[in-house]
Design a protein. Structure first.
Length: 597
């Protein structure tokens, strides 16, 4: 469980079955150490069981809401990663049938649904229940009345099965069980595994037997953490759909579109009364903040300024209780950002933290936090932290629009519904076959790059340039596309690659206008023989006719497009750096967290 704590930090629990005491459950809110203390004071005794570290999606992080969850008979015990989208419908139906619920979670519904179908064989009850569940879920289940058995299910989140010597394991990631066995296989979506003392039996949700290829894991501990990827950064790029999904989970009303930000000592009334916002960050987080300015001003109609944290306190910023200061840091320990936060607080401004680390300094010192759920990011060049920060900022923008009544119910439902589709679209971008080999062959010897974007896409140009600089040591500059005539045009010749952010939202008039202006910029570069790489909508024939290379992304809402657009730029920078023989995970002269000024 310690090795899986990055999956959740706010509560944990264990359910263990033994011959003397039968089923025993221990749960505790907060960090895993609180569960360790509880078990130390009141030890468990058993020979099989299940455990879970949780990040709250439905229900507050309390002991009552911690996993494992049981049905009302105390027979069925469940741990769950994911979210059940139809849990409200299922809960109401089960309540009509006499079931009584004691928690606020969607997971408890699973236990009751399995109980409804239970007739002595746990795997059959789980199989029938799985057919009724909608959403994404990874489950481990046991039942007192069907002993010596654990049933595991996958529909979305990862599940790995470990085969030991006379013992069998189920986990959500390889490092959790690598100390016990190296023989493992991964469940596919729609798989159900039955673990007993005799072995592991597999079937699909229809009950048909299936087989999965066993893999001998030969990684050293570092490779285990990489999950088989060549570099941490590559792994982390491919984790972005999950990071965005987990940042959204539990904060968006599926039907109403309402945003729920519970970790706040800032009231809705205070959010309504703020006259302006300051977004303060460094590096990649500053680029996320620039995008956040567009999101918040458009949806909440409140002025936003964006500051470098390293410059903030040295210019004696004008702040007051009418200003909300939002500090953004992946680690939550960036020295400049902490100093900026303290400067804001000293001048009476409440602070809100966006961070990936619960209990980090900016989290502890803020009046409110939006914690991203990206998991640990080892690669120095930030990837999934950036996309999860953009996700947190769109949540903040919609929330402000709702409490300030600048965003009506229909508009809220529309943008939140589109936001919930972004993880699926990210997966499409990451799995789309793209010929990076030819592109990289043309570009890897270039000494300079220019990245161009308009509006909310300008920060993506900055971030794309930063990724290339960090990873490949090639000089790259992000620039507003509308400023080309004010200097950068002088740089363009046949040796300069120019990257355009040219995706747009066809349903948005302003986005369409921006796109048309960007087309004009492409034509300017083409006339000067520049090498054009464009990030554009899928199937955009007009861009394809002008650009030398096109990196396609799915169509999306204008304010959500940056989350999609940055991924091809991350991949481009990664592949160029690999071709140049650079250290992708640990670029020279850089550190992951800048904890000194």
């Amino acid at each position: 469980m310690r090795r899986l704590e990055y999956r959740g930090y706010d509560s944990a629990g264990l359910a263990v079955v033994g011959e003397v005491h039968g089923l025993v459950i221990r749960r505790a809110p907060g960090k895993l150490r609180n569960l360790e203390d509880a078990v130390r004071l009141d030890p468990l005794d058993g020979f099989y069981g299940i455990g879970h570290t949780r990040w709250a999606t439905h229900g507050r992080p309390t002991e009552e809401n911690a996993h494992p969850h049981v049905d009302c008979t105390g027979n069925i015990v469940v741990v769950h990663n994911g979210i059940i989208e139809n849990y409200t419908e299922l809960k109401h139906e089960l309540e009509r049938q006499g079931h009584r619920f004691v928690t606020e979670t969607d997971t408890e519904v699973i236990a009751h649904l399995i109980e409804k179908h239970f007739a002595g064989h746990l795997e059959e009850a789980v199989r029938r229940a799985a057919l009724e569940l909608k959403g994404v879920f990874a489950l481990a289940i046991l039942a007192q009345s069907d002993p010596n058995k654990i049933v595991a299910v996958r529909q979305g989140p990862p599940v790995v099965i470990g085969l030991g010597e006379g013992e069998y394991f189920v986990a959500s990631d390889v490092p959790a069980i690598l100390g016990h066995t190296r023989d493992m296989f991964f469940l596919d979506d729609g798989d159900l595994a039955v673990l007993t003392a005799e072995g592991v039996h597999l079937m699909d949700f229809e009950g048909r037997p299936i087989r999965r290829q066993i893999t001998r894991i030969l990684w050293d501990p570092i490779m285990a953490e990489k999950g088989g990827y060549k570099h941490f950064m590559l792994k982390e790029m491919y984790e972005q759909p999950r990071a965005v999904r987990d940042t959204l989970l539990g904060r968006v009303g599926q039907e109403s579109g309402r945003i729920f930000l519970n970790e706040m000592d800032i009231s809705p009334q205070e959010f309504r009364e703020f006259k302006s916002l300051r977004l303060v960050a460094c590096g990649t987080s500053w680029h996320a903040a620039l995008s956040g300015k567009f999101m918040i001003e458009r949806l909440a109609r409140i002025p936003v300024e964006v500051d470098y944290a390293s410059e903030f306190r040295y210019r004696d910023p004008i702040l007051s209780p009418e200003v909300l200061t939002v500090v953004i840091s992946q680690s939550g320990e960036t020295a400049d950002t902490i100093a900026a936060q303290r400067e804001a607080k000293s001048k009476g401004s409440k602070t809100l933290a966006i961070s990936n680390v619960v209990g980090s300094m900016i989290d502890r010192e803020a009046a409110g936090s939006i914690l991203t759920h990206a998991g640990p990011e080892i690669g120095v060049a930030s990837t999934k932290a950036f996309t999860s920060q953009l996700t947190a900022l769109i949540l903040l923008a919609v929330y402000l629009g709702q409490v300030r009544e600048t965003l009506d119910a229909e508009a809220s439902r529309k943008i939140t519904s589109e936001a919930l589709q972004i993880p699926i679209k990210l997966e499409a971008v990451l799995t789309k076959p793209v010929g990076y080999d030819e592109l990289v062959r043309r570009l890897h010897r270039s000494s300079d790059f220019l990245f161009l974007g308009r509006g909310i896409h300008f920060p993506v140009a900055l971030e794309g340039a930063l990724k290339l600089k960090e990873l490949s040591y090639i000089h790259a500059e992000g620039y507003p596309a509308g400023e080309m005539k004010h200097g950068p045009n002088a740089l363009i010749d046949q040796n300069l690659p120019v990257v355009f952010l040219a995706a747009y939202d066809p349903s948005d008039t302003a986005s369409r206008l921006r796109y048309e202006k960007t087309i004009s910029n492409l034509q300017e570069v083409r006339a000067r023989q520049g090498l054009i790489i464009a990030v554009a909508n899928e199937g955009d024939a007009e861009i394809a006719a002008l650009a030398d290379f096109v990196l396609e992304v799915p169509t999306a809402n204008e304010l959500l497009l940056p989350i999609l657009e940055i991924v091809p730029l991350q991949l481009l920078a990664y592949h160029i750096a690999v071709r140049r023989g650079c250290d992708v995970d640990q670029p020279r002269n850089l550190a992951k967290s800048v904890t000194v000024e």
